[in-house]
Design a protein around this ligand. Sequence first.
Ligand code: AMP
Length: 420
Amino acid sequence: MTTFQAPKGTYDLIPPESATYLAVREAISAPLQRAGYGYIETPGFESVELFSRGVGESTDIVTKEMYTLTTKGGDELALRPEGTASVLRAALENNLHRVGNLPVKLWYSGSYYRYERPQAGRYRHFSQVGAEAIGAEDPALDAELIILAVDAYRSLGLRDFRLLLNSLGDKECRPVYRAALQDFLRGLELDEDTRARIEINPLRVLDDKREAVQKQLAGAPMMRDHLCEACKAYHEQVRDLLSAAGVAYEDDPKLVRGLDYYTRTTFEFVHDGLGSQSAVGGGGRYDGLSEMIGGPALPSVGWALGVDRTVLALKAEGVELELPSATQVFAVPLGEEARRALFGVVTELRRAGVATDFAYGGKGLKNAMKSANRSGARYALVAGERDLAEGVVQLKDLETGEQSPVALDRIVEELRAKAR
Ligand code: AMP
């Protein structure tokens, strides 16, 4: 018989580590929920065209990394490679921008798919928590989102992350800069692919990781020297608001990000313990995206933080999250009568909010106690026929080893108090 393995570039989330992933998702979303962001969930696949128009025809994500499929009905679909285009599509389709106050603030959490070359920290299936604020142009909104991400990382106990910040200009100043950059790049010694990129998406050349390319870029014109007055003033306000909130940032004039839709504010969070895949999250303003996918003008800003890499960052810093133990009480029945009685207690304890598990499968005392210890429970409840005859169960503190009988009709109350 063939056995199966998870597809290349994917991995299974299994206990106990999976608890850390859940906690990370929760930690990232908690600050958003306190800031008025509502939860949105969109399908795992969308029409290919949404991404080719939204993310950009010339991006790696669209040209190389999408998982596409044709349905039996002939629809061209893609597994979602990112969240923003889908969330904006859903907001437009459901008229969220018409019925409520602007900005429409949304957060999401889910799986994303990119056909990338797998390596440490880079997977073909990964998970993000993201946030989008749709329909307002206000530097305080850009600052809000960045601060919420920083607060999320801090609440997890992360320290070695840095915020890189840039402005990509708007439809006034970016085209002028783009032309100046193209002029400069056309004079360099570059391979054919990169030369082609100059014509389609010259800003991406700045992002080239190869040293030989980076060397030649030393004198390249930079967007920050070409920002129009409005973009300059906007960016200054974002920076001031971040500083006032105690958020440190580094100006990175070469930060362009891999998606075409960004305008003005762009940012990335990098973590220094992760090696080459150091970006733990990123985002920016995307004032033109709505129109690109057929909507009205809706200036917006958002980010997505990678859950997998945040977990790796926690590991790199040696941060252990304080997770509530999955099991607080473990019940061990000795004999058939005790089994029935203790099973009832287990159900009652669970209903009272105490995380409780049971020795299933008719294990002997020794094996059952092993299971109790492995479960991480603080207390074991042991009962045999003699205990039941006396109307008690034995309550054992697995940390101290102390054991004492407790009346059967008092045990739920007692454990509820202890578990608190
Ligand atoms: P992006 O939309 O590319 O800016 O991605 C936002 C965040 O998602 C990144 O900063 C990463 O943390 C995470 N991410 C993106 N692609 C991958 C991948 N292939 N594997 C794991 N995490 C990823």
